[in-house]
Design a protein around this ligand. Structure first.
Ligand SMILES: [Zn+2]
Length: 165
């Protein structure tokens, strides 16, 4: 498993200088440390987790976005018990996993999962800014949740307006 911190620091809770600097510099957060600890603990039980790279987490009003690799997206979708533990231990209401290496369109697909993108267009705004407009289908998204997803997308450097039916 690849995490931003040393395994030992995560397990002991006492950070070496290198790990401390990740937090002090703002590159990673205490929340990232918490997620790293959960994943490490679960990996002793679920061997498959060794394939995961955990890069960073973003939180927006109860929505947790985990940046991971392709295996991370697959495993955390399959293994509901891990996501349930993350929700229990951190108090968030929803967990989404995105592969940070994918292009913007694929990131958006993963961001809105399990809803599906049924329409997508890209517009260029003044100042060389691009913005996606996507139409998603799925029963569980309301306006409030859409706003949280748009804010999380922004943290990934993606401007998007999400429309629901
Ligand atoms: Zn360390």
């Amino acid at each position: 498993m690849k995490i931003p911190f040393c395994d030992f620091c995560v397990k002991s809770g006492i950070l070496c200088q290198k790990c401390r600097e990740l937090i002090d510099s703002g590159r990673n957060s205490d929340f990232d440390l918490k997620i790293s600890r959960i994943l490490l603990e679960e990996a002793s039980r679920i061997r498959e987790l060794e394939k995961i790279e955990f890069k960073k987490a973003h939180v927006e009003d109860g929505f947790l976005l985990i940046l991971s690799n392709n295996d991370g997206v697959r495993i955390l979708r399959d293994r509901k018990e891990i996501v349930e533990r993350i929700i229990r231990d951190t108090g968030v209401e929803k967990v989404t996993v995105v592969d940070y290496r994918k292009d913007q369109k694929r990131k958006l697909e993963e961001l809105v999962y399990p809803s599906r993108i049924v329409g997508l267009s890209k517009v260029w705004l003044p100042g060389n800014i691009t913005e996606f407009k996507i139409m998603v289908e799925g029963k569980e998204l309301d306006e409030n949740q859409v706003q949280k997803l748009e804010k999380l997308a922004k943290k990934l450097g993606i401007n998007v307006r999400i429309q629901i039916p």
